[in-house]
Design a protein around this ligand. Structure first.
Ligand code: ACM
Length: 385
């Protein structure tokens, strides 16, 4: 039992709307960490209490609720956001009030805010590795499909630049669909893909419409062995929506997959299932939402305050033994050292890891070095998933 006044933190993960499947898993990651922190006495004898709202996958609601958390609920630290459009909506609010946002999602990079800690992958920790893997295994004639907002535009721009490093590369199509696109909306694109025969499709589709894309692909009769979909956003959560058979054989690059074979991951998954049940679909955003809450708690224990100026010196440079491996907040750019991996969706609804870095890769959100990372550990490469 903790003795002192609880410490309240703000939580903005979407439980409804187009990205609610991944949003609910982010919420589970945060709540699991909060319970673990409270089980060992909270932070400096204070219980951690989530003040939690549902922004309904709508960027303007994220901004309104961030303001409400800060002004009405008097909260200093907010954990939240999935789509980059929601992060872009919240940043002016946390900057105006000088509060802190923890953002647990891969994104397009080319951003820095002193009021944000970025715990998802920057492009040098997922796009670079995915481009390297896909072009060396399938070829560099690529078809780009994305949802209609900033992350897909920018992530596709980066993928285009990466594949263009190959002399014979070609971008055969680039299309953006509404965030609520249904299977029928993809049909004309599938016919264009049939005509153009790319080596692979790069999908920056997010949320519920991911399942529609993969189903439209399967209905078109395409074969992932010869022309797979590669993505940074199709996780175990989206695969559960579309079905294992539809997802099987397609590729995703991420620092975390549920199939990581480490004691930290196995133990964390066991605690998650005990708390939330066997139907959970832990994924890259679940894991980042989990470990960033622990990073905060550890920094608070040292700072004795959740005021940004007192907290940041203890947060920057801090490390945590996360399910993906030991992560570290980079003191220069507020992003996180992570472990790039590429997984192929398997028949069990998870990912078989086909390649992974042997050590954490430093975040380079402005892609200054274009490092290909450390690919010395090649696991099960291209074996049957
Ligand atoms: C994203 O919008 N950062 C997935």
């Amino acid at each position: 039992m903790t003795q002192k006044e609880p410490l309240r933190i703000g939580i903005l993960y979407s439980e409804t709307g187009a990205t609610s499947t991944i949003g609910r898993s982010q919420l589970q990651g945060a709540l699991l960490a909060i319970e673990e922190i409270n089980e060992v006495g909270g932070v400096l004898d204070r219980e951690l209490v989530a003040v939690q709202y549902d922004p309904a996958s709508t960027p303007s609601r994220y901004a309104e609720l961030a303001e409400q958390l800060i002004v009405r609920d008097r909260i200093n630290v907010i954990f939240g956001c999935y789509m980059s459009s929601s992060r872009k909506a919240v940043i002016p609010v946390v900057e105006k009030w000088n509060k802190l946002l923890f953002y647990p999602t891969l994104y397009e990079g080319f951003e820095f805010s002193g009021n944000v800690i970025y715990t998802g992958a920057a492009p040098n920790q997922n796009s670079v590795q995915l481009a390297d893997f896909m072009t060396s295994n399938f070829g560099s004639r690529v078809y780009l499909i994305g949802s209609d907002y900033i992350y897909p535009y920018e992530s596709n721009r980066i993928m285009r630049e990466l594949v263009m490093q190959h002399a014979d590369s070609e971008i055969l199509g680039e299309h953006y669909l509404p965030i609520d696109a249904s299977e029928g909306d993809y049909r004309a694109i599938m016919e264009d893909i049939r005509a153009k025969e790319p080596d692979f499709i790069f999908s920056t589709i997010v949320g519920d419409s991911t399942a529609s894309l993969y189903r439209a692909y399967a209905d078109a009769g395409f074969n992932p062995k010869t022309m797979p979909i590669a993505s940074l956003t199709t996780s175990e959560a989206e695969i559960a929506q579309m079905g294992h058979d539809v997802a099987q054989g397609h590729f995703t690059a991420a620092p975390y997959f549920q199939s990581i074979d480490s004691a930290e991951n196995h133990n964390c998954l066991a605690r998650l299932r005990k708390r939330f049940g066997d139907h959970c679909r832990p994924n890259l955003c679940w894991e980042a939402a989990y470990f960033q809450t622990h990073l905060f708690a550890n920094a608070f224990r040292l700072a004795g305050s959740d005021n940004i100026s007192e907290l940041l010196p203890h947060l920057l440079g801090s490390e945590f033994e996360a399910p993906q491996g030991r992560v570290r907040v980079d003191p220069n750019n507020h992003h996180t050292w992570l472990y790039p991996r590429v997984g192929r969706a398997n028949a069990q609804g998870g990912f078989s890891i086909v390649r992974q870095a042997t050590r954490a890769v430093s975040p380079d959100p402005y892609l200054v070095t274009h490092s290909l990372g450390d690919w010395t550990a090649k696991l099960d490469t291209m074996e049957e998933a």
